[in-house]
Ligand binder design. Sequence first.
Ligand code: PEP
Ligand code: MN
Length: 336
Amino acid sequence: MIIVLKKNAPEEYLDTIKETLAANGMAFDVLKGVNFTLIPVVGDFTQSDMGRFKAMPGVEKIINVSRPYYLVSKDNKEKTVIDLGNGVKMGEELFFISGPCSVEGAESLDRIASFLSKLGVKILRGGTYKLRTSPYSFQGLGEEGLKILRDVSDRYGMKCVSEIVDVRNLDLFMKYTDIIQVGVRNMMNFSLLKELGRVDKPVLLKRSLSAKIDDFLLSAEYLVAEGNENVILCERGIQTFDDTTRSTVNIASIPLIKSLSHLPVVFDPSHSIGAAKLVPVVAEAAVVLGVDGLMIETHYNPSNALSDGYQTISLPTFEKLHGRIRKLAQFVNERD
Ligand code: PEP
Ligand code: MN
């Protein structure tokens, strides 16, 4: 961090800043220039509120040199691999998470899972508590949905993921799921993140619609700071003025996030784009960009899906995409 003093700031202001820095155990220097005085500061910024220096008399501005997170950063660790135990090592080999937007019933989920598992997909997704814009839209099957998701996953040797929307359901998610998803609306629900940081289960954290990459990684930092190191980051676009796609996704964020953090990165083209016909090609692009995993909504009859049918691809479309991606993954491995 560099503290920049205002031109002609009186000497006593500088003295107060120096005393405060010393009292907080910071190492610093004072560089007096013609127009400005600069105070480069190093130390453990997590232990005190460095923002307060902005408010101190004589301070023009603060320049942050380091990023605001540490535990999730590459400076702390080179790579996190999450071993789910059924042959999936997230962060080591490309993996797929697929299934319907919502668990709609035992038979329909069985039909989807049986198809996906034959292709080698090992993680089944399905929303059970849905956060819908309208209270009149399908809200999910709740606990019944979680039970179905567990039963069907076990039948096909798959692991499963579902989104938690209320901390009061944590026990149910601990019982029925293998990965707990935090969706866009809860990425900044810090009390929920703290609770999930204390459990022994991987968390798939989605980037919020208004989150900068630093905000996203700071939310992941909440989880890791509480002790949960098994965090998967999911890019799914942000909200911008352009509404031609459901969200706007800068897929360059995939290599960027991977260069900043050691956590596995998943891309969700379905919710990013909100248009089934664009899902395959953008998913392929993400693989070329080095993503660790893909989350793709699938259904045997997307036009009859109870939620997000317009962005859900059919099972045969997924099969073709899966085949192409297998080849691309090989190319990416050889390239790396
Ligand atoms: C989902 O994956 O089911 C979902 C609702 O996604 P998001 O939080 O990205 O909108
Ligand atoms: Mn959905």
